[in-house]
Design a protein around this ligand. Structure first.
Ligand code: GLU
Length: 512
């Protein structure tokens, strides 16, 4: 494949959904594979839907995933500006050029007049009437008004709309890389607005002009844009840019975990998993979301997971670094059907990445992850926790949840075992054991030896003492190698825990 120029063109209308991240990822991969350019273009021409902070969010989210644009509003480039709101003059010029060539026209109708036209044609039996070849000649536009009148209206008002003059009965064939041939007939299409009354272009207009001027070779985007492509092809024709028209690849939707319906932003809260890469603070609680990052996902694992949502390399290999993905990726291996958003698979990826990381790297991530809450915990300590816990977690957050006892004193104990067995074991014996530990070097092997000799002296088996020791140190019956954990937590803290726990155990039993 030749070098490509591809773009990711989000609208800053809110946080970037994980499906959008997947689109960005596929676009990025194809750029990297061919040594081409990945362009970030912000499509902010719809001022009603503009949300402050969204562009920043998009840039940060891509950055977190390791997707770095070669060109974009924040990095510049030869084809800028990369924010559409800064390119108004360009669209204006191009729209007027189409009017001059008779391929577009000025429209002066009010919303009310358009509504009336729809009602009238509905009554006449037309199904879903629109502003198109069949109705335009009954409307107020530069095709129906005299030149003088048009000029007068243009002078009077800034609120002028330009519409594309769509000729009926033209066949439009889109050769989609994923979907194959998709056909449209121009008679079904309306005379799309190109320039709006506020002087801004519509998505269609800006998108086409920019893809052309930015020399985009491939358009990779969600399948919801496939119907728009018909108008886009007509625009390329109108501008006589058909020869350099980009190739299209429309990605299928991400589906809910049960495979039924489109994954929506509300599904995150509903199913208890993230559907955004990073956290987003919206105006209301309902509009605020936690991201993959906050849930404790690793960015590389997230990327690997996303790559496989709708693509596979055709081999058994599942773990791919970004570099390997770029080498293996190809647009024709993207699947046509919707991809089920399987969060368990995401966790599986995360687990694989954590297991395979070295402890230092995990420690650094953990430090950042909980920088505020555990600011006093140092990297050395985290590295030791990583070593003991990495095979027992799926998410970074699990280090702090399943391994909470490494960071906080134990306040609660799983009580079942205590209630059942503690009484039979003569608490004073444990207190004596604590005494023995006080004198020892606090390494895992020394603790183990001390315990074993103590057990022999007191005619106790592992089963008599280990569960209580484990509960005292960690509060739970599950966990990593106990002696190693004790060494990491340290003598002073462990002894204190034992003492406190044994007293509590006595209380728990007597509460019965
Ligand atoms: N601005 C559109 C969006 O928000 C871009 C669609 C396209 O890539 O053409 O998804």
């Amino acid at each position: 494949m030749d070098k490509v120029r591809v773009r990711f063109a989000p609208s800053p209308t809110g946080p970037l959904h994980i499906g959008g991240v997947r689109t960005a990822l596929y676009t990025y991969l194809i750029a990297k594979k061919t040594g081409g350019a990945f362009v970030l273009r912000i499509e902010d021409t719809d001022q009603n839907r503009y949300v402050t902070g969204a562009e920043e969010y998009i840039i940060k989210a891509l950055e977190w995933c390791g997707i770095s644009p070669d060109e974009g509003p924040h990095v510049g480039g030869d084809y800028g500006p990369y924010r559409q709101s800064e390119r108004k003059d360009i669209y204006n010029k191009h729209a007027k050029q189409l009017v001059e060539q008779g391929k577009a026209y000025y429209a002066f109708d009010t919303a009310d007049e358009i509504e009336k036209m729809r009602e009238r044609l509905s009554e006449e039996g037309q199904h879903a009437p629109k502003y198109d070849y069949s109705s335009r000649m009954s409307m107020r536009n530069s095709l129906t008004l005299s030149e003088a009148e048009t000029k007068k209206l243009l002078k009077e008002s800034d609120d002028v709309i330009i519409r594309l003059k769509v000729q009926p009965n033209e066949e439009i064939i889109v050769h989609d890389i994923i979907r194959g041939e998709v056909r449209f007939n121009s008679s079904e299409l309306d005379d799309k607005v190109l320039l709006k009354a506020d002087g801004m272009p519509t998505y269609h207009m800006a998108n086409i002009v920019d893809d052309h001027l930015m020399e985009i070779t491939h358009v990779i985007r969600g399948e919801e844009w496939l119907p728009s492509t018909a108008h886009h092809v007509l625009l390329y024709r109108a501008f006589k840019w058909e020869d350099t028209m980009p190739k299209f690849a429309h990605l299928s939707l991400l589906l809910k975990p049960n495979g039924k319906g489109k994954l929506s932003k509300r599904d995150g809260a509903k199913f208890g998993f993230p559907v955004f890469p990073l956290a987003w603070r919206g105006e209301s609680e309902e509009d605020s979301f936690k991201g993959f990052k906050d849930y404790g996902f690793d960015p590389e694992a997230t990327v690997n997971f996303l790559a496989f949502l709708g693509w596979n390399p055709g081999t058994e290999q599942e773990i791919f670094s970004m570099k390997e993905l770029a080498e293996a990726f190809s647009l024709d291996q993207i699947v046509k059907s919707g991809a089920r958003f399987d969060i368990d698979k995401a966790k599986w990826y995360n687990q694989q990445y954590i297991i395979n990381k070295d402890n230092k790297e995990i420690a650094q991530y953990l430090k950042k992850y909980n920088a505020e809450k555990y600011s006093n915990v140092d990297l050395d300590y985290l590295e030791k926790v990583a070593e003991l816990m990495k095979e027992r977690v799926e998410l970074y957050s699990d280090f702090y949840e399943k391994g909470k006892f490494f960071f906080e004193e134990v306040r609660e104990y799983e009580e079942k075992m205590i209630r059942k067995k503690w009484k039979d074991h003569r608490p004073e014996k444990f207190n004596r054991f604590t005494g023995v530990l006080t004198e020892k070097d606090f390494t895992a092997s020394k603790i183990k030896l001390a315990l074993e000799s103590y057990m022999a002296d007191n005619e106790m088996g592992y089963g008599d003492i280990m569960p209580f020791l484990r509960l005292a140190v960690s509060g739970t019956m599950q966990g990593p190698d106990l002696f190693k954990a004790m060494e990491v937590i340290g003598k002073e803290r462990v002894l204190k825990r034992l003492e406190e726990a044994f007293n509590r155990f006595n209380n728990i039993v007597s509460e019965k």
